[in-house]
Design a protein around this ligand. Structure first.
Ligand code: A3P
Length: 269
């Protein structure tokens, strides 16, 4: 399973992608009604997919409880191809998460996902994350690539996992539904909230990846809906790794226009 496909200098798990599928993604013919969710792995993509599907279904969970998320919100591997957003008048959300929590979540995911290379020590994994040699490339290039030309676009919503965690699920649904120009009745908002909470998603086998066989994702080694919190990096990073990471972040992201706030207090479910 662990076969790597290199496309434009970035490695992708060959079990999920072929050169043809990656080429297809690059030239995908978007239409105005399309909604694009842009994120690096482990940033809360599945959560936003669930929110958007529920909003478009006016809070009715029949779709989210009967069709696996990958079949109703398919992935296109566009990594840092920001021109896509400027060229199309489709609605897009750009979604970021504290890269320290991303690398920790990705590390745990590598342990269970047999289609990704074996996870070594966290120290080794962290080095590869910073060098951009993990599958799906560099978080830093991804964020800079998607933000550099997009600051003034009106059809674009910037979200961070941290902003979403420090506010209520209800506020998040209202924000995303207004952006999508898809206003909902209060009862419909409440239904969306109920079905996209961490606990509901953890128990929904259409979205928690338990439908995927153990051969591909070994569920005895972890679960996809793992913790769903901010700040879990503090349980794995050493003080030295933290200093190194902070320096690396500062020198690599100084030309990034966005001002990220990563340290927040999570709202309880
Ligand atoms: P953790 O591993 O830190 O728990 P992605 O979908 O981009 O791969 O991101 C997966 C991460 O998002 C996992 O993080 C997962 O638990 C978290 N997540 C998924 N649904 C969530 C929700 N409804 N609320 C909060 N976090 C959620």
């Amino acid at each position: 399973l662990d076969v790597t496909e290199i496309f434009e200098g970035i490695s992708f798990p060959g079990h999920l992608h072929t050169l043809e599928s990656l080429q297809f993604a690059i030239s995908f013919p978007f239409q105005d009604q399309d909604i694009l969710i842009v994120s690096y792995p482990k940033s809360g993509t599945t959560w936003v997919q669930e929110m958007v599907t529920l909003i478009c279904s006016r809070g009715d969970p029949s779709l989210t409880q009967s069709v696996p998320n990958w079949a109703r919100a398919p992935w296109l591997e566009h990594y840092y191809c920001a021109s896509v957003l400027g060229a199309a008048s489709l609605r897009s959300s750009l979604h970021f998460r504290n890269p320290k929590d991303v690398v920790v979540s990705f590390y745990h995911f590598h342990k269970m996902a047999n289609f990704l290379p074996e996870a070594e020590t966290f120290e080794e994994f962290l080095k590869k994350f910073l060098m951009g040699t993990l599958s799906y490339g560099s978080w830093f290039d991804h964020v800079k690539g998607w933000t550099c030309q997009t600051a003034t676009l009106e059809n674009l919503l910037h979200l961070t996992y941290e902003e979403m965690k420090q506010t209520t699920y209800k506020t998040n649904i209202i924000k995303v539904s207004s952006f999508l120009q898809h206003p909902l009745l209060e009862e419909e908002v409440n239904n969306c909230v109920q079905h996209c909470s961490f606990s509901s998603m953890k128990n929904n086998n259409m979205v928690n990846y338990t439908l995927v066989s153990d051969h591909i994702m070994d569920h005895s080694k972890g679960c996809f809906m793992r913790k769903g919190k901010t700040g879990d990096w503090k349980n794995l990073f050493t003080e030295e790794q933290n200093h190194y990471f902070n320096d690396f972040f500062k020198s690599n992201m100084q030309d990034c226009a966005l001002d990220f706030v990563w340290e927040v207090q999570d709202e309880e479910e």
